[in-house]
Design a binder for this molecule. Structure first.
Ligand code: FAD
Ligand code: FMN
Length: 582
């Protein structure tokens, strides 16, 4: 019999893990462990009321479902589970990508933590199950107590749309909302933490915390978890990979770390902490009549989001200034259209009114870092990480705009400068075992993680074949990492490469056109077990690539459209269709 009962306040996999250690342990080892844990908890402040041998109260189940792309919802689900255990609940965490809807109907208590992506869409992995939940076949959820935590970004018109829709759907299916939904912006840590506390109180059985529950502090990181602290690095290379005649600027950035290199794996990205353009901040302050305020200027440059304009910003503007025209804009439903393509500076320029530092500050939010895929492998560049950053520049409403972080990198970060970054692991975009084939579709900066993949597989002497589809505007001016690919094709780290340069021919050619041309080989690779990776633009490219793969299946295997769709859905279910799109 296993020594740790299923009723112990741990997750099932943790109970298994503990049983594997404690089960075969000798009496001496067990005695040592008991003494060690008692001493450990005393040293931590002694918050433990352990009464191991007595019959434990049956822990009440809590189902936590998360729908995540970049890991924030997943992390919150983990945090919530830890707190839930302390209350004597028995949480089960499920990625929506792996959710069987029948499980929801059986759940007694349910929390859904869901991010919104694209333009109001579910995270890619979760999309299939999300649409099932919204569809006719979804099960009734009568009696299921639920709460929803939505993650989003007020900069998007469809703020927290997916969390909102899930919340409405759970109620429509008969669920009982026991805690109101919260819609969190990018600075979600504090509000989400508070909501989790409140939700657990509402969901926990009345006697929770009073029973014979062992409180365990899970807050320390397991030693095997990669360090995800913010660290400093020096820029040791800063090179524009486009030619001087290109209308694009894509910077290859090599970072060298002061201390230990964050233990990144291929597929991970780095969050980069950028600063705002001082010229933009100066213009903003001038328009607001606050030019002399050096303290505000410094804060705006280093740590506030001074470009985003959202419905929330307009509402705050009305609240702080009482501006009648802005109030009318909101009231007559025109605000959303007016915001499109505009920034905070446009609001101040169009609707001027007396402002002080506090009022202007209230219109801003903390400046969020931007993610960049890591384009190198630690097996080849031990103490470095490489990034590939495309400068975002465009014009709207008669004003030239510059993306905050990409232009900080392109225009103001020079060789020798220092930058703060934070590792964002992505276990959903990892390499398969080295003997498996891989197909990589990465136009533009989407190619960045595949440089890491190829380096890693070269270093590991991987036996699997690898095939890259790359595209950009022009062969001569925009062939990012051209020499790397040529070398990789020569030394065998890359088996095959197809390129699509959209502006070199009268008719635009994109990676998906190349995929369709090569459909027979592509399906042969997938049939023999290849993993299919897509990285880069989420708006058009990723959708076109998926649709093209469906077409390729239909054509090569002579399948009806639904069967071809099922073939691609099958790859997704098997986790052989992996994407990291933005
Ligand atoms: C997991 C992940 C990995 C990523 N990897 C990379 C990478 O390897 N390389 C890379 O370059 N980027 C990558 N990105 C994107 C990157 O994080 C930033 O979003 C990008 O650099 C823009 O940031 P910014 O601060 O320069 O622009 P921001 O100041 O954030 O401005 C961008 C915003 O400007 C608006 N905008 C942009 N273009 C237009 C236009 N033409 N018309 C109207 N409005 C427009 C949009 O609202 C857009 O959201 C990645 C993103 C994610 C989530
Ligand atoms: C490319 C992209 C598109 C996004 N689209 C939306 C959106 O339409 N609405 C929204 O509220 N948030 C949007 N977000 C913000 C995310 O929901 C937010 O970053 C969230 O914290 C991500 O959670 P996750 O890490 O669990 O995926 C978007 C973010 C990115 C990078």
């Amino acid at each position: 019999m296993s020594p740790i009962p299923k009723t112990a306040p741990f997750a099932e996999e943790e109970i298994d893990l503990l049983n594997r250690v404690v089960g075969p342990a000798t009496p001496v080892q067990r005695a040592w462990l008991a003494g060690f844990l008692a001493g450990y908890d005393a040293a931590q402040g002694g918050a433990v009321t352990a009464q191991p041998a007595a019959p434990a109260r049956q822990a009440e189940p809590l189902t936590i479902v998360y729908a995540s792309e970049s890991g924030n919802s997943e992390k919150l689900a983990g945090d919530m589970a830890k707190s839930a255990r302390k209350l004597g609940l028995k949480p089960t965490i499920i990625d929506m990508a792996d959710l069987d809807l029948a499980v929801l109907a059986k759940a007694k208590r349910l929390v859904v933590i869901a991010a919104t992506w694209g333009e109001g869409e579910p995270p890619g992995r979760a999309a299939r199950v999300y649409h099932e939940l919204m569809g006719q076949g979804a099960p009734r959820l009568d009696g299921v107590e639920f709460g929803v935590l939505a993650l989003g970004d007020t900069a998007y018109a469809e703020f927290c749309a997916i969390g909102r829709k899930i919340d409405e759907r759970l109620e429509a299916l008969g669920g009982k909302r026991v805690v109101d939904r919260i819609d969190c912006d990018l600075d979600f840590a504090e509000p989400a933490g508070k909501w989790i506390g409140g939700a657990l109180k509402a969901l926990a059985p009345a006697d929770a915390g009073r029973g014979r529950v062992i409180e365990v502090d899970f807050s320390h990181k397991p030693s095997a978890a990669p360090s995800t602290d913010i660290v400093e690095a020096e820029i040791i290379e800063h090179t524009n990979l486009n030619s001087s005649r290109s209308d694009k600027e894509t910077i290859h950035l090599a970072l060298r770390f002061d201390g230990a290199t964050p233990p990144y794996e291929p597929g991970a990205s780095l969050d980069l902490y950028a600063e705002n353009d001082p010229a933009y901040v100066d213009e903003l302050l001038k328009l607001a009549g606050l030019s002399g305020d050096e303290r505000l200027r410094d804060e705006f440059i280093t740590s506030r989001d001074v470009t985003t304009l959202s419905l929330k910003t307009l509402e705050t503007y009305v609240e702080k200034t009482g501006h009648q025209y802005v109030k009318a804009l909101i009231a007559n439903g025109e605000a959303k259209d007016w915001i499109a393509g505009r920034q905070l500076i446009d609001l101040i320029a169009h609707f001027p009114i007396a402002l002080d530092a506090d009022k202007l500050h209230a219109l801003t939010r903390p400046l969020a870092p931007r993610a960049y895929s890591i384009a190198s492998s630690r097996r080849e560049f031990e103490d470095e990480a490489h990034l590939l950053v495309s400068a975002v520049r465009y014009e709207t409403h008669g004003r030239a705009r510059k993306g905050v972080a990409s232009n900080y990198v392109a225009e103001r970060l020079k060789k020798g400068a220092r930058v703060r970054v934070q590792l964002k692991p992505n276990r959903h975009f990892a390499l398969p075992p080295p003997d498996q084939d891989i197909v990589m579709v990465g136009p533009g900066t989407g190619v960045a993680p595949f440089r890491a993949f190829v380096q890693e597989r070269r270093a590991m002497e991987a036996k699997g074949r690898s095939w890259l589809f790359f595209g950009d505007r022009s062969f001569t001016h925009d062939f990012l990492y051209q020499l790397d690919w040529q070398d990789a094709l020569k030394d065998g780290a890359l088996t095959r490469m197809d390129v699509a340069f959209s502006r070199d021919t009268p008719q635009k050619v994109y990676v998906q056109h190349k995929m369709l041309e090569r459909r027979r080989d592509l399906i042969e690779w997938l049939d023999s077990g290849a993993y299919f990776y897509v990285c880069g633009d989420a708006k058009a490219m990723a959708k076109d690539v998926r649709a093209t793969l469906v077409r390729a299946y239909a054509d090569v295997k002579q399948l009806a459209p639904e069967a071809a769709e099922q073939a691609v859905a099958g790859l997704e279910r098997e986790k052989r269709y992996l994407q990291d799109v933005y």
